[in-house]
Design a protein around this ligand. Structure first.
Ligand code: NAP
Length: 271
């Protein structure tokens, strides 16, 4: 039996165990997946311990993705992004990042191509970095709006895009083909990033928050724009990890079903 897991802090509400255990069952692999609460200062010993114990692989989440870079051998994409969300144990501890690929596959799943399209991404944190690098490789024209303008400009500079502040959103939102919310606004209560009246039909609005239907997506639907939530990005980033670990094609439909059922249970109060 191979053991896999996700490390993070906090980790209690991660959907990764239910998603990956469903995949392992479907593929009849002798494997199990658990969540482990690991703080930043314990990441090094946790990775070495998992390697010594013969773990199959790990996912990393907040606050460990950036810290992991100095503890593993990252591939070129993870190094460019500056964050690791997937670890595999070979002779060395290897690091990958499947978040951007997950976002791209999610957009494709809903029939959205990014090549040559004007993408306005709000956010410049870990998830935004992964998405920006992947979409740039796919030929998107990227503008990045971030609360911390300098951080947004730095990311935009590294993907050949334009970096702006949130105060520029009213001018930019109506011009964009695809608007991506990669901030944590929407996960919790808080003011909207921009008025919903700026959106219009023909646009795609992708909010990578996956644990609830956000106000942004409600605004997009009301405006006749295509509204895409973060569930399929979560599923496809997990599928990317699964394929790195096992070399087998991930059962995406089974993983999606497990995630959606788990989210429904939470909405109904059965956490
Ligand atoms: P992060 O590295 O902490 O970045 C957070 C981003 O949100 C930064 O750009 C930050 O701006 C911005 N932000 C936070 N509060 C804000 C506010 N009140 N107003 C405006 N901007 C604000 O987090 P992350 O790992 O990138 O995650 C971001 C979101 O993506 C979370 O909701 C997470 O759950 C979601 N996510 C989803 C998936 C998926 O598979 N669907 C995968 C990864 C992450 P500053 O730079 O100015 O601080």
């Amino acid at each position: 039996m191979k053991v896999y897991g996700i490390l993070g802090d906090p980790i209690g509400h991660s959907l990764s165990p239910v998603m990956h255990n469903a995949a392992f069952r479907k593929m009849m692999l002798p494997a199990c997946y658990h969540a482990f609460c690991v703080s930043s200062d314990r990441l090094g010993p946790a990775l070495k311990g998992a390697q010594a114990l013969g773990f199959g692989g790990l996912n990393l989440t907040i606050p460990l993705k950036e810290k992991a870079l100095e503890l593993v051998r990252p591939d070129r994409l993870a190094e460019a992004i500056g964050a690791v969300n997937t670890v595999s144990f070979r002779e060395e501890i290897c690091g990958y990042n499947t978040d951007g690929w997950g976002a791209l596959r999610a957009l494709e799943r809903y029939g959205v191509s990014v090549r040559g399209r004007a993408v306005l991404m709000i956010g410049a944190g870990g998830a935004a970095r992964a998405i920006a690098y992947t979409l740039e490789q796919e030929g998107a024209e990227i503008t990045i709006a971030n609360r911390d303008v300098r951080r947004g400009e730095d990311l935009a500079g590294s993907v050949g895009g334009l970096g702006v502040g949130l105060e520029d959103l009213p001018a930019l939102v109506p011009q964009a083909d695809i608007i991506i919310n990669a901030t944590s606004v929407g996960m919790k209560e808080g003011p909207r990033l921009f008025p919903g009246s700026l959106l219009h039909s023909g646009q795609v609005v992708f909010d990578i928050v996956y644990n609830q239907r956000t106000e942004l997506l409600e605004d997009a639907s009301s405006a006749g724009a295509q509204a895409i939530d973060g569930v399929m990005m979560l599923v496809y980033q997990g599928a990317g990890s699964f394929e790195i670990w096992t070399g087998q094609k991930a059962p995406v439909d089974v993983m999606e079903k497990a995630v959606r059922e788990s989210l429904l249970g939470r909405t109904a109060g059965h956490t």
